[in-house]
Design a protein around this ligand. Structure first.
Ligand SMILES: Nc1ncnc2c1ncn2[C@@H]1O[C@H](COP(=O)(O)OP(=O)(O)O)[C@@H](O)[C@H]1O
Ligand SMILES: [Mg+2]
Length: 259
């Protein structure tokens, strides 16, 4: 393992076997993420982004290739990993704090010992006064924040996020990006983030990996050297616009090559 690499994906291929044609979802995919890095993956719909993330999360088996986290091969879900899905997937019969505590229970750890941490995380995501609310009493953005707190409760080093803000309105989405950056800076997590919003990827990332259309692989990586912390004003800066333009060109060129 390269020193400081939290995640290494090498030569990954995933073929879905169904009763129709086998579906090659990911092929020849390589990516690595260093400690504390924020890396985004962008790619067209259906190119295999969720498939890649599911393999990294240990929820889906690779057909070929190697995925390792902190130097050891992924064979199933791991406690070093937290996952945020596109939909919040909260359990409707549990209140907010109990939802946040789900990974603690699943890992067989002491729930009572984590209650204060759950409360602190809810405060961090702006829901300090909502611990006893039920999911149906929250807006979509609030539910997604609960999902984020839940992904952080067992203090994972690696946070995987699959289009976590896709279902939110534009204003909420922008605010969530700012909050995520603050959390990432405060807690020094390593993040692998999937989005199909180019500005969102540029705003958040140290590096952006662009995937080809299906079967997807990482074709190009672009470093984002905008100073941090990035602020709302960053979105209006010429440097930001230039990076968005560069990524968009790359994205379109890859889509064209494979059309
Ligand atoms: N469980 C599955 N069985 C068969 N094919 C699947 C399954 N999940 C995804 N696929 C196919 O694999 C490809 C990649 O899907 P996915 O990883 O969800 O893409 P993305 O997240 O980039 O939109 C798509 O063609 C999709 O139809
Ligand atoms: Mg997806």
């Amino acid at each position: 393992m390269t020193q400081g690499r939290v995640l290494e994906v090498a030569g990954l291929a995933v073929v879905y076997q169904s009763n129709r044609e086998p579906q090659r979802a990911v092929e020849n995919c390589d990516i690595s993420v260093g400690a504390g890095e924020f890396v985004s993956i962008i790619g067209p719909s259906g190119c295999g982004k969720s498939t890649l993330l599911s393999v990294v999360a240990g929820l889906l088996e690779a057909t070929r290739g190697r995925v390792s986290i902190l130097g050891s091969e992924v064979r199933g879900p791991r406690p070093e990993v937290g996952m945020v899905f596109q939909r919040p997937t909260l359990l409707p019969w549990m209140n907010v704090i109990e939802n946040v505590l789900i990974p603690v229970r699943a890992l067989g750890r002491n729930v009572e010992a984590h209650r204060q941490q759950a409360q602190d995380l809810l405060k961090l995501v702006g829901l300090g006064t909502h611990a006893r609310h039920y999911p149906h009493e929250l807006s979509g953005g609030m539910q997604q924040r609960v999902g984020l707190a839940r992904a952080l409760i067992h203090d994972p080093g690696l946070l995987l996020m699959d289009e976590p803000f896709a279902a939110l309105d534009a204003m909420t989405r922008e605010r969530m990006s700012l909050e995520l950056q603050d959390i990432w800076m405060a807690r020094r997590k390593t993040v692998l983030f999937i989005t199909h919003s180019i500005p969102e990827a540029v705003f958040l990332s140290d590096r952006i990996a662009v995937m080809t259309p299906s079967p997807g692989r990482i074709e190009r990586e672009i470093a984002i050297d905008l100073p941090r912390p990035r602020r709302v004003e960053t979105l209006a800066s010429p440097a930001f616009a230039a990076l968005c333009g560069e990524i968009r060109e790359t994205f379109n060129a890859l889509a064209g090559e494979h059309a």
